[in-house]
Ligand binder design. Structure first.
Ligand code: GUN
Ligand code: FE
Length: 435
């Protein structure tokens, strides 16, 4: 409804720095007030200045001394893989065949996609993640189940039915035509319904024939406002297989380019083993490289070169990639991102990490006019964090000297245990904490 309410606490969010184009600056208000009206941010600033502007009787939730931030965004996650997490001893191609494709077949069973969708949304919200780009299974009804559950909760989610018509078990394949028709039906039903957005989802070139790639191209041409999500350059064996299947393409990125799938709304998971030409192609297309730290470490895929992406002016988003990834927490994800960059002589400040999982991901997805900050008019998706939630963190915080140090401890040691509350479009969730 349109009633006004407010949250009081330590506000932290990011804005594009008007003095340095492309740079972000943080806004921090020690005793801040976040004013919400009709599920949208009305104002964010000093409590002393905003309290007198509230109508009499407006409810104020006092979260002091906790941090209040925009809800986190996860740019790549697999709904059917919540029971694949922590599968032992394999790299990508073997991991897909031995574990992932086995679990994904279970989504044909009545009620299973509903169960996994509810679980995933519970877990994301408990981790402070309020928006995610989600792969469902090949089954049309898996995307219906996920969207229905997200719509019921009023979360802003991006999702799509996976398309794959080869190199997967017969029970998990569609066809170029059925994948096209099912995706079309899902787009008509869900794209733009409430807060739901559709992503056209050819899994990766290994599991799509040229006919299916062409069908994906038709979907994109007919629905240019939908996202595209897929995988690229994750693993050496995968790349060799991809090149073998599409010998005429310039390189892996060239395959997607040839089918019109490399554009501004394209989210390409991994981007680890990239050639100079591929970086350029991404930059020219405005395509998004999606960095999946815990997955890249767990599957032994390699080290994402963020500095190179920045140097090549390629947009970067960050993501968990559950179930190749090992944590639902974007805080934990950024702690692992830091270590991956350290191995390459790079660094990542706490401000950069927290920017990445809020405004940075929102901007990479082209959704920064809707989510990712506390600018007036943005949707009021909010996470409330207790940086001292664990004994070890409280102990460590005794010696921090400033905000940057405190936040670096939060990013390095934090996870879902630090999430006190999550708000979706201004509504506080009662069941979100795992504590
Ligand atoms: N490449 C194609 N499918 C997948 C998947 O499910 N997970 C990961 N990590 N890589 C993929
Ligand atoms: Fe993935």
């Amino acid at each position: 409804d349109g009633a006004i309410s407010a949250l009081r606490g330590r506000l932290l969010w990011f804005v594009d720095d008007p003095h340095a184009i492309g740079e972000a600056a943080h806004r921090y208000v020690e005793d801040g007030l976040l004013v919400i009206e009709g599920g949208l941010i009305k104002a964010a600033g000093e409590a002393s200045e905003l309290l007198p502007t509230l109508p009499a009787g407006a409810p104020i939730t006092d979260h002091r001394p906790h941090l209040i931030m925009p809800g986190f965004i996860d740019a790549h996650i697999h709904m059917p893989q919540t029971q694949v997490v922590a599968s032992y001893g394999a790299q990508l191609m073997e991991w897909l065949n031995k574990y992932t494709f086995v679990e994904e077949q279970k989504l044909a069973q009545q009620g299973h996609a509903e169960k996994l969708s509810a679980f995933l949304l519970d877990e994301l919200l408990a981790s402070g993640t309020t928006t995610a780009a989600v792969y469902c299974s090949v089954h049309k009804q898996s995307a219906d189940a996920f969207f229905a559950e997200s719509h019921r909760r009023n979360t802003r989610m991006i999702a799509g039915k996976v398309m794959m018509d080869r190199n997967a078990p017969p029970a998990l394949t569609d066809t170029a035509e059925s994948g096209y028709a099912d995706s079309k039906e899902l787009i008509a039903r869900w794209h733009g319904k409430g807060r739901q957005l559709y992503a056209i989802t050819p899994r990766f070139v290994v599991t799509s024939t040229p006919e299916q790639m062409a069908a994906s191209q038709r979907l994109v041409a007919e629905h240019p406002d939908c996202f595209v999500q897929t995988h690229i350059n994750e693993n050496r064996a995968e790349i060799a297989f991809a090149r073998e299947l599409y010998p005429d393409a310039a390189d892996y990125a060239g395959i997607y380019e040839d089918y019109g799938l490399l554009g501004k709304k394209s989210l390409l998971g991994h981007c680890i083993h990239m050639t100079k030409r591929e970086w350029r192609a991404f930059a020219e297309a405005g395509a998004v490289a999606v960095f999946c730290p815990t997955s890249n470490l767990f599957l032994g895929s390699g080290l994402f070169d963020w500095q190179r992406a920045r140097h090549e002016s390629v947009k970067v988003a960050v993501a968990t990639d559950i179930g190749g990834g090992t944590s639902y927490s974007m805080l934990r994800t950024m702690a692992e991102a830091y270590k991956i960059l350290q191995l390459q002589g790079q660094s990542l400040s706490a401000f950069d990490a927290l920017h990445a999982i809020t405004l940075g991901n929102a901007a990479a997805l082209g959704l920064d006019h809707l989510i990712g900050s506390f600018e007036p008019g943005r949707e009021a998706d909010v996470v409330v964090l207790d940086p001292a939630a664990t004994r070890a963190m409280a102990h460590r915080l005794e010696t921090v000297r400033d905000l940057a140090e405190e936040l670096f401890v939060l990013v390095t040691l934090g996870d879902e245990r630090n999430v006190v509350s999550t708000y979706v479009a201004g509504e506080r969730l009662s069941h979100c904490s795992t504590n």
